[in-house]
Design a protein around this ligand. Structure first.
Ligand code: ATP
Length: 418
């Protein structure tokens, strides 16, 4: 099995990610997150919101609707320019994105492909119960929700340029070739900042560099291997219709260096298309646009470790779905079970630390299961615990156990999760 197959299998086995509507044969480009996956995704989004919004004085948050008045997409240029070139193999009839074919031949059978046809990525929806129904779109990028609310935010908050508006939410694209697990999906979540600045080249250069660094540092601060991260500048013919400059943060995935997040200089494209100004000028925008699902996939790939004994997800404790697992050494000794239950409840309810309970099988199997979901610490209550009020705490990455006083567990975990 190659690494991607192993990760897909682990995600299914341990409840991270399942194929969407699987019992009906699935639906290409859609994925469902299981109990572990949704916890990991929430943690990732929480960390993003914390560093990009809550901990800053110059960024406010926003939660716009997924479906907007279709005029938004006319104004933003998406109904015309949000396209990919589609080609079809004349022999096997598989479809591809023309810009992703290496030598113009079908990658599946080597056949000749048709001329490229442009294909709009917006997903249409029809609103209302009587005919004619109103055509609208599921948003193809979350960005426009910020621009259409620019005036609302400026009028109802004490913000002054330079400042940013950040948001997290679902976007939908009729991708021609969804694939590489969740990497290219038709429904996915984005995490974006639109940062408004005065229209000036020196300002734009300064803020573009500033946000590039902040965003790359963020991935590294959550444990991503810096050697697998790089920036790649877009060539002028590759840039989106709105971009004056664009650089991607790429991750070295098993299927090549791939875009994880884009940093874009959108100039005054959007605000001027929506006829919006600030004081007597149109601000420029520096954007950071990341994919939650792509980042999550790359965090999983980066954290995957195996040797002859075990498989471990070495996720950063802040991202790990479960932080601590508590076990009684054996399940049939009420003194051990009661003490372990007390610790479990205290960590989970009083300290609000995501904590798991396991008393099945033997300790080795329980460690194995926790390693596979990336739980950083396992606490075991054993016979010595009853005598000296200590427990063992096992570290996921080293598998080393240390004895810690029960009274010291709060500071032990809270200190490490800060
Ligand atoms: P690509 O070139 O891979 O199609 P893009 O340049 O169109 O991506 P952007 O429009 O810049 O992507 O979107 C910003 C971010 O949203 C991307 O960096 C990526 O993380 C995420 N994203 C975009 N399309 C998808 C998708 N189909 N599935 C999952 N995530 C996506």
């Amino acid at each position: 099995m190659d690494l991607m197959e192993k990760i897909v299998a682990l995600c299914k086995r341990r409840g991270f990610i399942y194929p969407g509507s699987e019992i009906y044969g699935g639906l290409q480009g859609f994925w469902d997150y299981g109990p572990m996956g949704v916890a990991l995704r929430n943690n990732l989004k929480h960390e993003w919101w914390k560093t990009m919004v809550s901990q800053r004085d110059d960024v406010v948050g926003l939660g716009p609707a997924i479906i907007m008045n279709p005029q938004v997409w006319e104004a933003s240029g998406h109904t015309v320019a949000f396209t990919d070139p589609l080609v079809e193999c004349k022999k096997c009839h598989h479809r591809f994105r023309d810009d992703q074919l290496v030598d113009g031949k079908c990658p599946d059978c080597g056949g000749e492909v048709t001329e490229g046809k442009t294909f709009n990525l917006l997903t249409e929806v029809y609103l209302g119960s009587t005919e004619p129904k109103q055509l609208a779109y599921l948003r193809g990028e979350i960005t426009q929700g910020v621009f259409v609310n620019f005036k609302n935010v400026v009028d109802s908050n004490r913000v002054e340029i330079p400042f940013g508006i950040a948001q997290l939410g679902k976007a939908f694209r009729n991708e021609i070739t969804p694939g590489n697990f969740t990497f290219r999906s038709r429904e996915f979540e984005q995490m974006e900042l639109e940062f408004f600045i005065t229209p000036d080249e020196a300002e734009a250069t300064k803020w573009f560099g500033y946000w590039k660094k902040i965003r790359k540092d963020w991935y590294e601060s959550l444990g991503m291997n810096p050697a697998k991260l790089r920036f790649r500048e877009h060539a002028p013919d590759e840039r989106a219709h709105y971009a004056k400059a664009a650089e991607d943060i790429e991750y070295q995935a098993p299927f090549g260096w791939k875009e994880m997040e884009g940093v874009h200089h959108r100039g005054d494209w959007d605000l001027s298309r929506h006829h919006l100004t600030y004081q007597d000028y149109t601000p420029w925008v520096i954007e950071t646009s990341g994919g939650v699902d792509r980042a999550l996939l790359f965090f999983l790939i980066d954290a995957y470790f195996e040797d002859d004994k075990r498989i471990v997800l070495k996720l950063h404790p802040k991202l790990a779905p479960v932080k601590v697992a508590v076990f009684p050494l054996v399940a049939n000794k009420p003194e051990l079970v009661d003490k372990a239950r007390e610790i479990y409840k205290h960590l989970k309810l009083d300290l609000d630390i995501p904590t798991a309970w396991d008393d099945r099988g033997n300790i080795g199997k329980r460690y194995y299961a926790q390693d596979e979901i990336g739980t950083p610490w396992c606490v075991t209550v054993d016979y010595q615990s009853l005598e000296d009020q200590t427990v063992t705490v096992r570290d996921r990455d080293t598998a080393v156990q240390e004895r810690v006083a029960i009274a010291d567990l709060d500071s032990f975990f809270l200190g490490r999760l800060k």
